[in-house]
Write a protein that binds this ligand. Structure first.
Ligand code: THU
Length: 127
């Protein structure tokens, strides 16, 4: 499954729309039911509207009815490690408090989880 997830993240990175940064990120999100949803970063001329690869993957999964996630793998073909930004950490924390996170660059691979990357994430009670 690790190889499959990495392959999916690598394929997703190829689709990144990154005319401003040229930093292609791919994410592969594994659901607890065993499905994989991928995402890439999508930039915009109005820079702040850029959507990171992680959030693209999460929003694709949720819009297909999946909200239970096991792991996300984030990949770049660069030496700069794609550690998820603050916005992505909060979005990831919304759905799985024990989400495993693997972050892969050209020369490094880090294994962590959402609890370590975003302790005390903001959570509202669900109505
Ligand atoms: N980016 C991601 O997609 N994920 C990360 O984990 C780090 C940053 C994107 C946003 C933007 O398109 C580019 O990388 C440079 O910030």
């Amino acid at each position: 499954m690790k190889d499959k997830l990495k392959q999916a993240a690598m394929e997703a990175a190829k689709k990144a729309y990154v005319p401003y940064s040229n930093y292609k990120v791919g994410a592969a999100l594994l659901t607890k039911s065993g499905k994989i949803f991928t995402g890439c970063n999508v930039e915009n001329s109005s820079y702040g509207l850029t959507n990171c690869a992680e959030r693209t993957a999460v929003f694709k999964a949720v819009s297909e009815g999946e909200t239970d996630f096991e792991e996300i793998m984030i990949y770049v073909d660069s030496e700069k490690l794609p550690t998820p930004c603050g916005a992505c950490r909060q979005v990831l924390a919304e759905f799985s408090s024990d989400l495993k996170i693997t972050i892969i660059s050209k020369n490094e691979e880090i294994h962590t989880d959402i609890g370590k990357l975003l302790p005390l994430s903001f959570k509202l009670e669900k109505k």
